[in-house]
Ligand binder design. Structure first.
Ligand code: FE2
Length: 368
């Protein structure tokens, strides 16, 4: 178990996930039109921030921020040049930023930004940042002295209205997955264990996650509560692992997917399909096979098959899930939709069908 000083003990929840992108206005518009987010705050030159434009997007309990640089000197452009659009910051709410930061650094974290404050008429936000895999960071956010909506420098006036579309109904961040370098999974597991005070929830090796051609290893880290972070590394296979394709095209480790929880996967996937989102398609034999294995589950089988939703089951219950195609130009970041009917896993029964679908897409890109 972790000591009482561990950062995990001070970590309350996800705060927000920030993407660094080439065109924040266009990315915000896409996430609203395609995924049903609302723009709820904006920061940029009009609000006194000269070098970047940021849009806060919200849905249920999910907060995303998309940010682009406005000057050639902005570090955001280096990030976008190297990685394409990608998730740069996985921010956590903590009860004490300074104590969490000091504990993390004392336990071996690399400091990205020493504790600092942002203040406006709504109070003071205390922040600091530590490095994680690749160029990704964790900002630590202490909100107890801040009554504003999100962050000083953000305005809620004159925001664009949301485009029309059916209700998507996303509720929460279920988990966020990082892809790390070949051979370094254990090191990153140790970072989350020894530095952050997380524990291992599950672990899969290449004998469990493989197809005829490629394989990966995965360990799921969590804070014991509401922050769940699986980490993947590529494994040797006959052809290129999907994780290696990510590392090659993202040019290093980074966030592979965000999984959003929904209480009603059928309604959510139906709305997303109507909004034009495309998903990885299960192989044609998938439904005959899964109905044969799991037909006893009292779920809307016909809707599930019509919408292409994947089903998994474990002793504690079932889960419904589906994966989008990449949402960025490079085949890097994608979104998972997940409804948990008691299951606490990640769709292990679907890994093979999923990875075969990904390999068909890798083949189309000439990356297999
Ligand atoms: Fe996932």
């Amino acid at each position: 178990m972790s000591s009482p000083q561990a950062p995990a003990d001070r970590l309350q929840s996800w705060d927000s996930i920030e993407f660094w992108v080439g065109n924040a206005r266009a990315s915000a518009g896409f996430l609203c039109a395609a995924f049903g987010f609302d723009i709820t705050a904006y920061s940029g030159p009009e609000t006194g921030v000269a070098d970047r434009a940021s849009y806060l997007l919200e849905q249920g309990g999910i907060r995303l921020v998309v940010t682009a640089g406005l000057t050639p000197e902005s570090p955001i452009w280096n990030h976008v040049r190297d990685h394409g659009d990608g998730a740069h910051d996985l921010a956590f709410v903590v009860d004490d930023t300074e104590a969490t930061f000091e504990a993390a650094v004392a336990r071996g974290a690399r400091a990205v930004r020493e504790p600092y404050e942002l203040t406006d008429e709504a109070g003071t936000l205390r922040l600091a940042a530590i490095a994680t895999f690749g160029e990704t960071q964790h900002t630590l956010v202490q909100r107890d002295n801040y009554r504003g909506h999100y962050c000083p420098g953000f305005s809620r006036e004159g925001l664009p209205t949301s485009p029309p579309g059916p209700e998507v109904g996303l509720q929460s961040i279920d988990h966020v997955v990082g892809n790390v370098e070949d051979g370094r999974l254990d090191e990153w597991v140790s970072f989350y264990e020894d530095v952050m005070g997380f524990t291992q929830l599950r672990s899969f090796d290449e004998t469990q996650i493989r197809t005829e051609y490629s394989a990966l290893r995965s360990t799921v880290m969590w804070n014991g509560n509401n922050v769940v972070m699986p980490l993947n590394e590529p494994a040797e296979g006959l052809r290129k692992s999907q994780i290696q394709e990510y590392l090659d095209t993202y040019r290093g480790p980074g966030v592979q997917h965000l999984a959003f929880g929904t209480p009603d996967a059928v309604a959510t996937i139906s709305a997303l399909r109507e909004r034009g989102i495309r998903f990885l398609e299960a192989p044609p034999t998938y439904y005959a096979d899964v109905r044969d294995r799991l037909g006893f589950l009292d779920i809307a089988w016909d809707d599930i098959e019509r919408l292409g939703i994947l089903v998994d089951h474990e002793p504690s219950g079932y889960l419904l899930q589906l994966f989008t195609e990449p949402i960025t130009d490079r085949p890097t970041v994608f979104i998972e939709l997940i409804q948990r009917g008691g299951a606490t896993g990640f769709g292990e029964g679907n890994f093979r069908a999923l990875f075969e679908a990904i390999e068909r897409e890798q083949e189309r890109r000439g990356h297999l």
